[in-house]
Design a protein around this ligand. Sequence first.
Ligand SMILES: Nc1ncnc2c1ncn2[C@@H]1O[C@H](COP(=O)(O)OP(=O)(O)OP(=O)(O)O)[C@@H](O)[C@H]1O
Ligand SMILES: O=P(O)(O)OC[C@H]1O[C@H](OP(=O)(O)OP(=O)(O)O)[C@H](O)[C@@H]1O
Length: 207
Amino acid sequence: METIKIAMTKGRLAKYSIELLEEIGIDCKELKEDSRKLVFFLPQHNIEVILLKGMDVPTYVEHGVVDMGIVGKDVLMEQEWQLYEVVDLKFGRCKFSVAGKPVIGNGKKHLRVATKYPNVTRKHFAQKGQSVEIIRQEGSVELAPLMGLSDIIVDIVETGKTLKENGLVVLEDIADISARLILNKVSYKTKKKEITTIIDLIEKKVN
Ligand SMILES: Nc1ncnc2c1ncn2[C@@H]1O[C@H](COP(=O)(O)OP(=O)(O)OP(=O)(O)O)[C@@H](O)[C@H]1O
Ligand SMILES: O=P(O)(O)OC[C@H]1O[C@H](OP(=O)(O)OP(=O)(O)O)[C@H](O)[C@@H]1O
């Protein structure tokens, strides 16, 4: 039997991803240990799990370095990837929203938008016919309107706590986000039996 390689997003999605694999019978004890290891071989299942930043998960899947991956829909929306998105895993739920100060001077012809997601932002405002200048940020996006760097932001909102504690409000929702199972297109053909078995077990668990 061929080894199945899975790329997992570190951070918020990791705990739920590990829980899901355990629920379908994959022993992930090693993955739960507090370590700096990034590659885990689970010999009893012939599965290899690697841990990556979200944006790097589809890159590994697309290049066929791994067969499948678990990643947020936000990452899949930000860039076009050559891969299959097969299951909505229903955890890691949050939203893409436009947010800003409660009063942002409605009717402004040109808005400055700070975001970690320039493509999602560009597409959203293009659809609305709103002219924007996108200011790319790496984090703490909420700071931008507070400091006068931007008029508004496009960011992920989960509980709304970060917005609230910084005096910002949601002005508009863009899309619902959750974690997705993604597949390499070639692996799906060459390792069809093993991959289909895993997808079926996961689908049964989440639906
Ligand atoms: N409150 C949230 N903030 C950010 N992402 C969230 C949130 N809730 C769920 N997610 C999902 O979790 C995924 C991983 O987010 P997380 O911030 O843990 O990852 P990361 O790799 O550390 O990214 P970064 O360093 O860019 O913040 C996101 O891509 C998103 O799909
Ligand atoms: O609605 P909430 O539950 O408050 O969650 C949303 C916040 O969490 C994320 O930031 P993260 O913690 O990843 O830090 P960052 O600012 O470095 O991106 C996101 O960018 C928001 O700032």
